[in-house]
Design a protein around this ligand. Structure first.
Ligand SMILES: [Cu+2]
Length: 166
């Protein structure tokens, strides 16, 4: 009887390891929170700060929050937004509480002139074609590590949409 129990346990373990269910679970959690079109502009090493842009799609039915981000090449990373003051001058500041809300079933666009991931005190030059690893920390989701490609401009379908909005 004991042998039979062990056998069943072993079988369960084997099924667990190769089960397509575990893969499906990963895929679903990835799809619930999708980070797309991650990029930043090329900057010489002398320029102290840089910015990264991306689209964050929350396909789940619950609100999510981007708490912070880490980039090895940056001394400090903050979530910023641009605003225009009474004199028409553009400013940027950290978002409220330093956190970015990602409402359920919505996509938040980080793009030039708006929200961005601010890289303060960068240690290297960013050259076209460079790939910069960005680790995103969420309130209710595992960390997501994405790769930002250094390029002159966003080269996605969103690019055209950006211009039509102006
Ligand atoms: Cu900024």
């Amino acid at each position: 009887m004991k042998k039979f129990v062990y056998f069943v346990l072993l079988l369960l373990l084997m099924i667990g390891c190769s089960s397509p269910n575990s893969v499906t679970t990963n895929e679903q959690s990835n799809e619930e929170l999708m980070v797309m079109n991650v990029w930043g502009r090329p900057l010489p090493v002398e320029v102290e700060n840089g910015a990264f842009y991306m689209d964050l799609a929350n396909h789940s039915n619950s609100d999510e929050t981007l708490l912070s981000a880490d980039i090895t090449q940056c001394t400090e990373v903050q979530i910023h937004e641009m605003s225009i003051d009474d004199l028409g001058v553009m400013h940027m500041q950290e978002v409220a509480n330093g956190r970015l809300s990602l409402p359920a079933q919505e996509t938040v666009h980080l793009k030039p002139g708006g929200l961005h991931i601010m890289c303060l005190g960068k240690s290297t030059a960013f050259e076209v074609g460079d790939e910069i690893s960005v680790t995103l920390h969420f309130a209710n989701h595992d960390n997501v590590v994405v790769t930002a490609v250094i390029q002159e401009e966003a080269i996605t379908s969103e690019h055209n949409m950006d211009h039509s909005n102006h």
